[in-house]
Design a protein. Sequence first.
Length: 218
Amino acid sequence: MFDPTLMPVEGLAGEPALALELLSVEAVRARFARTLPWDPEGSDEALAAPSLRLRRAAVLVPLVARPEGLSVLLTKRTEHLSSHAGQVSFPGGRAEELDSSPIETALREAEEEIGLHRRHVEIIGVLPDHVTISAYRVTPVVALVQPPFALSADPGEVAEIFEVPLGFLMAGDNHQRRSIELPDGGGKRRFYAMPYQDYFIWGATAAMLRNLYHFLRA
């Protein structure tokens, strides 16, 4: 597996940062309550996904209402996992048979992975599904999360829980374009990266954040 942090930066998305008034709790909640035209951004992952039946999954995109502004709660996966080890991700995972909807999957997985109780969570909407190269169709479920709350990471899956200011992630100058040449003539895979402090946010997580950006700026 290639190391995405070693891939050179080829450019920046470069769109202007969203104004702070668009990133308040009230503004984000109101945006999800409205229907406005906008264009989701595709990814190379969807093009490279195997032509098999896609498995369903969902993630919670938790926007934490801090006094200084909204932040995005993320996890860093443990290094011993068989897939996506050490990567930054949203809490979430594969749908189970008893899950009534992607929202239920996201809430259940967030409780299991990081101990986030659903009483702190206000679901405000969903973003377009994201297809991963590992043959999952992932529904991003966006929620507002009200502190105080206690978290407890599942040591089998989550090495670290952290937050990134939403304002940082909603600025095109922080969205790096990178790519990797695939082996055996497989072409080039392009991806976004959003490094923040010691954390490297990339791949599916960055792609879903890109669509959150497009959605909020519509």
